[in-house]
Design a protein around this ligand. Structure first.
Ligand SMILES: [Zn+2]
Length: 246
């Protein structure tokens, strides 16, 4: 994998697992050191993240994880409902028995993470669930747009939800899979819509912010200069369960 893709995915993974919350600073020198790359590489990645709405570039002040406004939040959820409606309908039309077995395994993994109280894994798995259903639709363009929207939704959940809150209710995912299994397109659309409406409703105005080191937020090993004392226990446990994909 190209180093730029690796850095991009590590940051997006941090967002999806709610380890990187809105407003978190992404200093260029620290990123260069953590990934052992030059400034030009880091800048290209940050520009791509800014283009996808994940990062905000502030002139002369560097990059931060984006903080979606209430208006952007409304638009992102509206877009996501429209997109997932189309995707789940296509998924029902094309799903195979093998796909259904894969979705069941996905639900089992979510359930296991939920009972381990492993919130970062659960948050990541919950996003994966939506992407897996979307992948069954067999439309790479729609899937790519959903990936972007889900990353931005994770930012909103990280911004408003209290710590330890899962973005999706596991039972709601189970109900969606049951409809897909029955090839009940209308039911699957209905369940998906109400699930996404519920997700938007659950968002609270509590801001979640921590004083964690950039390395721990990215799920990378601490470097000598990192502020170890500032790492909270929850960030430590997140680090032990989530590793960057290489
Ligand atoms: Zn969900």
């Amino acid at each position: 994998m190209r180093v730029e893709t690796h850095i991009y995915r590590t940051i997006v993974d941090g967002v999806l697992a709610h380890r990187l919350t809105p407003g978190t600073k992404l200093p260029e020198p620290e990123l260069c050191q953590l990934f052992d790359v030059g400034r030009a590489v880091v800048r290209r990645v940050l520009e791509r993240l800014a283009h996808d709405g994940i990062v905000t570039l502030r002139p002369n002040k560097g990059a931060v994880i984006a903080e979606p406004t209430p208006e952007e939040t409304r638009e992102i959820f509206e877009a996501r409902r429209a997109l997932e409606r189309a995707l789940v309908e296509l998924a029902v039309a094309r799903v195979t028995d093998e796909d259904l077995a894969m979705l069941r395994r996905q639900l089992d993994a979510e359930h296991a993470a939920m009972h381990r109280f492993d919130q970062p894994s659960w948050a990541r798995l919950a996003s994966d669930f939506h992407l897996r259903v979307a992948a069954l639709a067999g439309n790479a363009v729609l899937l790519r747009y959903l990936g972007e929207l889900i990353s931005r939704c994770s930012l909103i959940v990280g911004l408003y939800e209290p710590p330890g809150y899962a973005p999706c209710e596991h039972d709601e995912h189970t109900a969606i899979v049951a409809c897909i299994e029955r090839r009940d397109a209308a039911g699957a659309i209905d369940r998906m819509q109400s699930h996404l409406e519920e997700l938007e409703r659950r968002i609270e105005t509590t801001r979640m912010r921590g004083q964690k080191s950039l390395a721990s937020l990215l799920g990378l090993p601490e470097t000598g200069t990192a502020q170890r004392d500032a790492v909270t226990p929850s960030a430590e446990s997140a680090k032990s369960t989530i590793r960057p994909r290489t």
